[in-house]
Design a protein around this ligand. Sequence first.
Ligand SMILES: [Zn+2]
Length: 454
Amino acid sequence: MKNLNKTAYLIIIGLTLCGIPKIHAQKTIVKNESKKHAKPLQNSYEKYIDANNDAHLKEFLELISIPSISSIPAYKKDIEKTASWLVNKLQSIGINNAKQLATEGNPVVYANWNEAPGKPTVLIYGHYDVQPVKESEWNNPPFTPIILDGKIYGRGASDDKSGIITAICAIEAILRTDGKLPVNVKFLFEGEEEIGSPNFKKFLEKNKELLKTDFAVTGDDIQYSETDPAITLSLRGAAQLEFSVKTANTDAHSGQFGGKTPNAVLAMSQIISSLYDKVGNVAVEGFYNKVLPITTTQKEMIKRIPYDAATDMKILGTTAEVGDPAFSPQERMWYRPTLEIIGMQGGYTAAEGHSNIIPSHAMARITCRLVNNQTGQEIVDLIVKHINKNCPVGATLSFKFKTGYASPMQYPTDTKGFQYVSDALTALYGKQPLQMAAGGSGGAMLSFKETLGV
Ligand SMILES: [Zn+2]
């Protein structure tokens, strides 16, 4: 995670400023004619941010240290602790009505500042829950964040506690400097994003009036680099499933039964290899039926991205880029669907020892990223059909499904909201933002569009 930098605060400040005509001149801040008006205002926010950086950083580390893992029930109390922490923080900056609102799952943190009558309302979304951790793969305990070379390492330091703290601190900077905000602001922090926002849409529907807004901004994304501002224009959807293969009631001794007894791990490997063709495309029949060709505009957007394969591969230590070479890496990550095996289990895999078994059971989990008009249900149905068809003799299958698949989403560029964000970023960075897409999913965004119409 990038350190809690000033630029990030300024984006939020810029966004809120762009919402009002009076300071709309701010958008031309980098141009000479308006510099003398806009700069002093921006400077005063920067001053506040600089003066309070240590305190903000301390709070951020505190927030990261609460293990708000939404996918494991044992962390329920930490979810609640995080929600309370956020309510307290919002109240401490003068947003007194901050509170937790119940959903059918984890609570949502809500607050609003509505003392700018006649001005538009901006709703800021973020999520305070995090993904689970494999502690053994961390150099430092994931919930004891540390700062190394100006970067914070800790679970949630980026996704998405940075998005939340940045928004809160930016609003704090304006409130403490000016005593008021230029627009009305609503905060909405979700606690179930990492499990697919299963209760979020219902929550929005129930609270439509309360959440009424002119614009919604999400703090749950990345920018291309510290010096390249970017706007994300589409998200892929997601669909998940788990399936198991059973070849016998119990593992068998390979000496006694080997040579005639079906092996569940082998059957599972055969099924999994059948899911792909030689270049790495998904071999499930119908998988690409609803995928649209990549547009000229999308190709133009990609051309502007300063992508370097070697730099990107260094992040993970990979030695090759895979996938269909008919598409560029960005095209494959943003505009093409994927099917990943996210985990497999089966047979004897204890750290030590060697057991001569023919495994009777194996399990695998799949996550697909979806694009355009693909729906999770359709894709899962196609995969199930494929797995059934490719199940080797002697094996039986069982499936576990999740509900609430995230749909893909596209954002329009011909809106006021897009223009405000683009203007704010251009003003702050002195260059136009890149137009990106995201390979990940955000079910909440689609719910905003469908429920609140923004
Ligand atoms: Zn996130």
